[in-house]
Every structure is written in structure tokens, then in C-alpha cells.
Ligand binder design. Sequence first.
Ligand SMILES: [Zn+2]
Length: 281
Amino acid sequence: MDQVAELGEWIAEGGVVVLSGAGLSTESGIPDYRGPSGSARRSTPMTYQTFTRDPIARRRYWARSHLGWRTIGEARPNDGHRAVARMQQRGLLDGIITQNVDGLHQAAGARDVVELHGNLARITCLDCGDRTPREHMAARLEAANPHFAAVASAINPDGDAELDDEQLDGFATVDCLSCGGMLKPDVVYFGETVPPERVARSFALVASARTLLVLGSSLTVMSGRRFVLRAAKDGIRVAIVNRGVTRGEPYAGLVIDAPLGIVLPNIVHGLARVPSGQMVI
Ligand SMILES: [Zn+2]
């Protein structure tokens, strides 16, 4: 049977938990690290320890992240995000877990998204825990750096831009307006652990799923791959739609290497022909 049609049948049965990665957002103009449209990043990703302990590295990070936000903050959901939201609205999804920090699932209308790695649209204070919108931070950084005119050579999906260090000298950062503490995007940095309650909630979703549907993730990092391993161990079927090779293939009953913005709308279109909750024959 045609693989897309078979995936359509699996989804029509309901009980689907989506696990999405950077590949879902490439069609929104946010490059993947490893997918066909991405280039391997030049600089190493920011770590929590470097960010908190090295003031120069932190200042450079904020300059790069400020530029990256101009791209990611303006990105719009694509047909893949919209298809996932439609599946949820039809009651076919039991959960959405995403490795992305761009908020595009919600922008497409999805609800109750588990953001494993956080969301770039929020800023958190490491001292008082205050959370503020990214727009406020962006406006404060613009005001503090009226002559900053650096241009990024590339943007990474974590919102970090590629920029030569000499372009970053003199960039001024700002502190928490409530307590004067250190501000950080509300995202999980490389080497930082995902908050345990998010991991527990994700494992619970996977454990009760009928199908784990991986969208746009090469499953290179254990942060996402562990859910596929658990599903396989528990006998839950796994489907993967991704451009290029993934490390989940040995565990998947279905693997489709095709653009998500084409495959997912096709499936939703097929679902529209039958009443909600019934199998496609
Ligand atoms: Zn604070």
C-alpha cells in the first residue's frame, strides 16, 4: 500500500501523539541544523554554564540572539503546522510534543503543546523567575543599541545567529526590570536538562498513544529519540515523516521521506472525506 495512504489510516484511527522537530519549520524559513536545507552550524551552541559565567560570551550571545529573533519572531506557520492543528481539532491527536522553540504550532491554532526546549518568545529572569514577552526585550535591546547594524550570515533554529565576534563588540545587554537579575531566553540550552515535569508529561503522552508520529526530526539527539525508543519498547507503533535519514528508522513501522508541507495537508484532505473518528477505508 502507498505509505502516505497507510499513514492516513493510522492517523484516522486517532490516539496519535506528535513529536516534531526543526524539519517542520524549515518551510517557514527557519533553517534546520542538519536537514537538506540546513548547513552545519559554524559556532558551537551556547551552554548554560558559559552563558551564566562568561559576561563577554553572554553579551555576544544576546547580540546574535537579538538578530536571530528578527527572523524567528516574524516566521509564520506553514501548511505542515496547519495540518497538525486540523488533526488536533478533529480529535485525532492525544498530544503534541515539540523540540522547536519557535511557537509555530500554536500560531497555527494548536493547543496544549509540550514545548520540550521552551520558547524563544519568552524571557525569564534567572534570579526572580519573572517571565516577560520577547517583544519587550527586543525593544529594550534596540533602545540600548541604537547604532547596532550587524548583519547575520545565517540563523539557527534555536534563534542564535551566525555573526563574527568583531561585529558584536560594544553590544549592550539589559537586566531584569523587577530585580536587576540576569535575563535569559526561556529555552533549554545545549547541555542543560529539560525540566523533569515536561519530560514526565511527554512520556505519559507517549505511553498512552496508539501511534507516535515523528515530524521533521532526524532524532539525532537523545532528548527526542528517547520517546521513540520508549514507544518501540512498549509496542506502540511509530511513523516518521522527515526529509533525509533519521536515527529512528529501526523502530518505525512507516518512514516517509518527503516534504511535510505536502504530505500532511494531503492526509488531512483525505480525512476530510470521512466523518470524524471513523477509519478511512
Ligand atoms: Zn528578576
